[in-house]
Design a protein around this ligand. Structure first.
Ligand SMILES: C[S@@+](CC[C@H](N)C(=O)[O-])C[C@H]1O[C@@H](n2cnc3c(N)ncnc32)[C@H](O)[C@@H]1O
Length: 310
């Protein structure tokens, strides 16, 4: 489990030989929902695949036949071993009895048919739609347990969608996500692409008013991609003051800057404004793989507003 704890941001399932999910990382729970709460036969993913049509909603229809075949081959594999487990025998008997589809696939597969192997997979998420991922399967031969890991390649749509999973996950616990965007066309585009985010067509300098209009009094984090080095010092300070008031003493503000622009007067004035606004201003290391290379600022604990500041 220690390994899985370190993979919290990656969707990983631990499954037993008959398809029961024994453990899932938080990211897997965001992607597939909680797969560990059922009891009895319903606990088994292989059983549910053939007996509960809703189970298939997590995967693209184009993969359903393949998944059915993988499950049947996996169960053949269980039964062909030296000592087939009673529970695997019972499961196959029950599925042959309850599912004509399973019976058909069972008669056409053997344990030599492709079982649960590494391959490209298309997962369906209720908010994110189709998510193209790479499925890796690591097996422990002795116990028959498998780690099923869903990976994404940085720069792909699948990767961006995976990164949004925790955002959506927090919403299920009552959190809200607001995005302020000045450009109307961009705001419309973002609304279409990210239906779970409340996109507001507004200027960041009006952050306080935008929050007040929505009765939001507590902000955990402000994440900004604003082009700070294009802003004059007055605008930089004005927006930062709004951010500071929004996050209060408990929240965090983060933004990024490009390395090549760091020497520009406007970039320097931004850095100064950050230091005048927050007690804590941390710089990340330079991310060379970003194009162009960039670093981020993480700021906490706003300083109190100077008396007489408008
Ligand atoms: C560099 S893009 C960042 C895109 C995206 N947020 C990101 O971080 O990848 C900057 C965005 O900030 C928006 N923008 C610029 N000035 C703004 C302001 N005063 N208030 C709100 N949005 C602003 C622009 O329209 C543009 O979409």
């Amino acid at each position: 489990m220690h390994v899985l704890d370190r993979l919290a941001d990656t969707p990983v399932l631990t499954i037993d030989p008959i398809g029961q999910v024994l453990h899932q990382t938080p990211s897997a729970a965001f992607l597939f929902g909680d797969m560990t709460h059922q009891i009895g036969w319903e606990r088994g993913g292989y059983y549910r695949w053939f007996t509960s049509p809703a189970e298939r909603r997590h995967f693209c229809p184009s993969e359903h036949v393949l998944i059915g075949t993988e499950i049947a081959a996996d169960l053949h594999h269980c039964l062909d071993g030296d000592k087939p487990s009673r529970v695997a025998v019972d499961l196959v008997t029950m599925l042959l009895d309850e599912s004509a589809e399973f019976s058909g696939i069972w008669s056409q597969t053997t344990s030599a048919t492709e079982t649960l192997a590494s391959r490209q997979a298309c997962v369906v998420h209720s908010e994110l739609g189709h998510v193209e991922l790479h499925r890796e399967v690591l097996a422990d031969i002795e116990s028959g347990l498998r780690l099923v890991i869903y990976l994404s390649t940085p720069g792909t749509a699948g990767h961006s969608k995976l990164q949004l999973l925790p955002v959506i996950g927090h919403q299920t616990r009552g959190a809200r996500h607001l995005a302020l965007e000045l450009d109307r066309a961009m705001a419309t585009y973002l609304r279409e692409q990210l239906p779970f985010v409340e996109v507001v067509h507004a200027d960041a300098r009006d952050l306080g008013a935008v929050l007040a209009a929505r009765d939001i009094s507590e902000v955990t984090a402000v994440v900004s991609g604003l082009p700070w080095s294009l802003f004059n010092p007055v605008l930089q300070e004005r927006i930062l003051r709004q951010v500071a008031e929004a996050i209060g003493s408990e929240g965090v503000f983060t933004t990024f800057a490009y390395a090549h622009a760091a020497r520009l007067p406007s970039a320097r004035s931004f850095r100064l404004a950050l230091e005048q606004t927050f007690h804590e201003v941390h710089l990340s290391g330079l991310v060379w793989r970003n194009v162009p290379p960039a670093f981020s600022y993480v700021c906490r604990r706003p300083k109190s507003t100077p008396v007489g500041t408008p």
